[in-house]
Every structure is written in C-alpha cells, then in structure tokens.
Design a protein around this ligand. Sequence first.
Ligand code: FES
Length: 253
Amino acid sequence: MSTTTTMNINLKIWRQQNKDAKGSIQDYKLGNVSPDMSFLEMLDMLNEELITSGDDPVAFDHDCREGICGMCSLMINGEAHGPQKLTTTCQLHMRSFNDGDTIVIEPFRAKAFPVHKDLMVDRSAFDEIIAAGGFISMNAGNAPDGNAIPIGKENADLSMDAAACIGCGACVASCENASAMLFTSAKISQLALLPQGKAESAERAQAMVNKMDELGFGNCTNAAECEASCPKGINLTNIARMNREYFKAAISK
Ligand code: FES
C-alpha cells in the first residue's frame, strides 16, 4: 500500500496495431500517479501524454467504469482484472500498487477472443453463445402480476447470483484451456433455476454448449481459476448444473 502522495510507475504494455500485426511489450514511465486514481484513469493519463507527444494512445476497452457492464478486461501482472479479488479493472485503484512498481498490462488472451488492437479484444463470441439459447421463448403481452408465479427463495437467490455475471471474459482469460464454461453455465443457470426458464432448459444447454465448442473455447478441467478470477464471484456449481442440463438433453433424444 502506497504512503506517498503521488507515485512513479513503470508500465509494460502490450501494443499491437491490429489483429494481424505482431504485437510486443512496450515500456512507459508515468509520474505523478495519485493512489486515488482508478487503474483506467491512470491509463487515461498515459494516453494524454502519448497524444501530446504525437504518439498513438493505448487502445483499451471500458464503458460504465462502475463494475457493471463487463467491458473492461485487462490482465494486470498476470491476473485478470488485477490483484484485488471481486473487483473489475475499472474499480481497481492505484493504491493497490506501490511507488516504483512495474506493472505488466496485457489483453485477455484466448483463441476465441482475437485482439482488435493493443489491449482490446473481440468478445463477440460471448454474444454468439447467448444468441444460441440464452433467452426464454414466450408470447409477449401485458406484464404479468409479479406474484403470479411463486418462486422459492433458494432458487431465486441462486438465479440472481448467476445473473450477476457481467460477461467480461476474465474466466476465459484465466483458464489454461480458455474455457467459457463458467460464463455459459451462469447464463444457463439464471434461466434453468426459474419456472419461466425450465421448459427449454435442456435444449438451451445443448445449443449453448455446442456453440461454445464450435467457437473454439476449451473444456473445463477443474482448475477453478475461473471462479478465483471472477469479479462477480460466480460459483463453479453453475458448471455442474450446466452439465446436468446438457446430459438431460442428450438422454431425452
Ligand atoms: S467498465 Fe464497465 S465493468 Fe468495468
């Protein structure tokens, strides 16, 4: 924990012009970094200096900067979203580092997440998994009464826990197999646990798992790095639930 008013930081950042270019780590020095800055504000500061000196700013993803959209996605010193547990990159602050530290920043790496530029990766593979079955089919009409379908508290809580997944991709980037099973299982679970999602749960699991495989994500080998790196604390038990739903679909054919 820093005790100085401002810090000097050494940055080693992955720079890559486009998805076909060969990337490399580039060194930067940044002074006057406040411990109260967010990690992304520190990168903003670096980019202002790069732009002022006529250099290309570092491309990185962000949107809400409030830990809810899932856009920020950096490997910081080899850890997805950096050293603080249950924290997205945008919610990480420079007080987690010390004056004089060297920080290595890389994109989330996976075959299914090609690098667009520098630290930005294409995570549209997640959208394809959702499009394969991450919804319920229903006739739209008037909004039903909120209490028309009673749901037990335990399942309601488990479903809400699974729905906390923000789809950032930290689980994929941390997994030695680049598996998307934690993400996919959270999206399957949030629906499978509720009466509204039960009717299609087996077909949904089969369609989403097949799409996940087709897109080049790896399989789960129980390393549990996904759970450890997830900024929203998504639990591994969701993967067990997904596997049960998948096998249900397989034996009902
Ligand atoms: S920018 Fe939205 S979660 Fe980090």
